[in-house]
Design a protein around this ligand. Structure first.
Ligand SMILES: [Zn+2]
Length: 197
């Protein structure tokens, strides 16, 4: 599983680096190098030269605090004060400062703590303000990704229409076909891609 940036928010994309939390827990930050890859893929920093095992533990601790508080926001629960403290502490460092070089070119230099501060600051803005009311849990089980619902009608259900949305639609289609009493074999032959869905 590779990193995806579909939550419409940096902090929520970071929280999603542990995927499928309730069924097949998948750790996308398995090695220190994974955190460096995420930070550059998220365009928080241009490169991270050194990430230690201790840095990875710190990153995961911050991630879990963000996840729990964002989940509390999505489910209307108060959230844990300790999680807020973890985020506050990480945000106390200097974040990565983008240095504009020219039109279309920006340099982002920083160390692990700067990257974590950037993510923590982004989480603070989200979870401390009205944006927290737009945090949603993806309905595409087994996906456990949280996302920000920026849709005008406030009806976004999936983290990604391409992955979760299409998977659920395919499942719903199969159910409909079965209910209609038609052969599911026909469906499989017609839509071979749905076999993996
Ligand atoms: Zn999803």
């Amino acid at each position: 599983m590779s990193f995806a940036f579909v939550s419409d928010h940096l902090a929520l994309d970071f929280a999603a680096t542990a995927a499928w939390r309730t069924t097949q827990y998948t750790e996308l930050l398995a090695e220190p190098e994974d955190f460096a890859r995420w930070a550059t893929a998220a365009e928080v920093v241009d490169r991270l030269e050194v990430v230690s095992q201790a840095d990875l533990v710190t990153a995961r601790t911050l991630r879990e605090a963000i996840y729990r508080l964002a989940l509390a926001a999505a489910t209307g629960e108060p959230g844990d004060a300790q999680d807020a403290a973890v985020i506050r502490q990480a945000a106390a460092h200097t974040p990565v400062r983008p240095a504009l070089q020219a039109l279309g070119r920006v340099e982002r230099r920083g160390e692990v703590q700067d990257v974590l501060a950037t993510v923590a600051a982004s989480a603070s803005d989200l979870l401390g303000g009205p944006g927290r009311l737009l945090v949603r849990h993806c309905t595409g089980e087994p996906c456990t990704r949280l996302f920000l619902d920026r849709s005008r009608a406030g009806t976004r259900r999936w983290c990604s229409k391409q992955s979760c949305g299409s998977r659920i639609n395919a499942a719903a289609y199969r159910r409909r076909v079965r209910l209609d009493g038609q052969s599911t074999k026909m469906t499989r032959d017609k839509y071979p891609a749905m076999r993996q869905a």
